[in-house]
Design a protein around this ligand. Structure first.
Ligand code: SAH
Ligand code: SF4
Length: 358
């Protein structure tokens, strides 16, 4: 049986009549976070029974939650077939309250979601890659991550969150379900998360970047670049053999970018591998003419990895170099360091523990 979250409203309308019932169902699911058909009070009894016969609504469970001292929370979800995925809730801004208790500005949340169990791309620095590829997530399994986190943290219905597809998996390698999840997130009768609040991070499947661009969904794109020449990039991201740097840049030049936005280029800095200023210089040249911003990420070491975290000095020098040449550049705060928030690590820990007991 399929998850009810797998369906666009237009798809549900094909089997649920009259149409306004679908709007009511969407409201219960995505605004009231109800995970039981019996609680959908304004639906007739026979429709509730029909829904129970046709759809699953509650077959994904929270298997573990870890909270870091900075408020970052990492969720491990158990899917209906027993596989696990990770989702991370990041608190970007705290609530500001004046002395009389009046809320001056609310907190801001970003949720980092997974798109696959494992990943095919096989990057040499990535923890997710170590377990290989298991399967794609369905659109509903992607959508459910946001829903469960909003519910679990009492994030009210009209409080929007930002979504980054930066958890486990390569979103563009699960193209159809990715597109469907974006449409479900955006639906005004549902979560109503504006496309400009959604960012798709990709290791650079150029043909799919073009395909996504042509759909004009309004979502942001982030490219995990990490290297400025193909030789090193192939070492880090084997898929670069099929989709080299030039093909990615060409695809990005065609991607429709919101006027107020820029394309984000993620650059994972690894000690003595790509932290030199000659690379920074090449990066400036490569991004010339693109409305770009660069996000420098400290490599987060994990058990068995051959790479090391760069020094603060090197990262700051790299940033300064880009900045001085007019390239917008931020350094990604290492949130949730004390809970290994780099995706894949909590899942790996769980798998290991399971192995110990079986
Ligand atoms: N597959 C997509 C999205 C998921 S990976 C992609 O590669 O873009 C999301 C981000 O996590 C990528 O930018 C990746 O480079 C980064 N990442 C992976 N392993 C990491 C590690 N050990 N330390 C820091 N960042 C890491
Ligand atoms: Fe896959 Fe992204 Fe990890 Fe590379 S970094 S293996 S593309 S999840």
């Amino acid at each position: 049986m399929n998850l009810i979250y797998d369906y666009l409203d237009t798809e549900l309308e094909e089997s649920i009549k009259p149409k306004f019932r679908v709007k009511q169902i969407y409201n219960w699911l995505y605004k009231k976070y109800v995970n039981n058909f019996d609680e959908m009070k304004n639906l007739p009894k026979n429709l509730k029974e029909e829904l129970k016969d046709k759809f699953e609504i509650d077959n994904i469970k929270i298997a573990d939650i870890q909270e870091a001292s900075d408020g970052t929370k990492k969720y491990l979800f158990k899917l209906s077939d027993g596989h696990t995925i990770e989702t991370v809730l990041l608190k970007m801004k705290e609530k500001v309250i004046d002395k009389d208790g009046k809320v001056l500005s609310g907190e801001k949340f970003t949720v980092c979601i997974s798109s696959q169990v494992g990943c095919k791309v096989g990057c040499s620095f990535c923890f997710t890659a170590k377990g290989g590829f298991i399967r794609n997530l369905s659109a509903g399994e992607i959508v459910y991550q946001i829903l469960a986190i909003k519910r679990d943290n009492n994030i009210v219905e009209n409080k929007s969150v930002n979504i980054v597809y930066m958890g486990m998996g390569e979103p563009l390698d699960n193209f159809d379900n990715l597109v469907k999840s974006i449409k479900i997130f955006t639906n005004l009768d549902g979560l109503a998360i504006a496309p400009r609040r959604q960012t798709i991070s990709t290791s650079g499947l150029s043909s799919k970047i073009e395909k996504l661009g042509k759909l004009n969904l309004g979502v942001n794109i982030a490219i995990s670049l990490h290297a400025v020449d193909d030789e090193l990039r192939e070492e880090l991201i084997p898929m670069n053999r099929a989709y080299n740097i030039k093909s990615i840049i060409d695809a990005i030049k065609k991607y429709p970018i919101d006027e107020r936005k820029r394309v984000m280029f993620e650059y994972l800095i690894i000690k003595d591998v790509n932290d030199d200023l000659a690379s920074a210089k090449k990066l400036v040249k490569l991004l010339n003419g693109i409305k770009a911003k660069v996000n420098l990420i400290y490599f987060n070491p994990h058990e068995g990895s051959i790479y090391q975290r760069p020094t603060n000095k090197k990262v700051n020098e790299f940033q300064e170099f880009l900045h001085n040449r007019g390239l917008l550049c931020t350094i990604r705060e290492s949130k949730g360091i004390d809970i290994d928030a780099a995706c894949g690590q909590l899942r790996e820990k769980e798998l290991k523990e399971k192995r110990l007991f079986t």
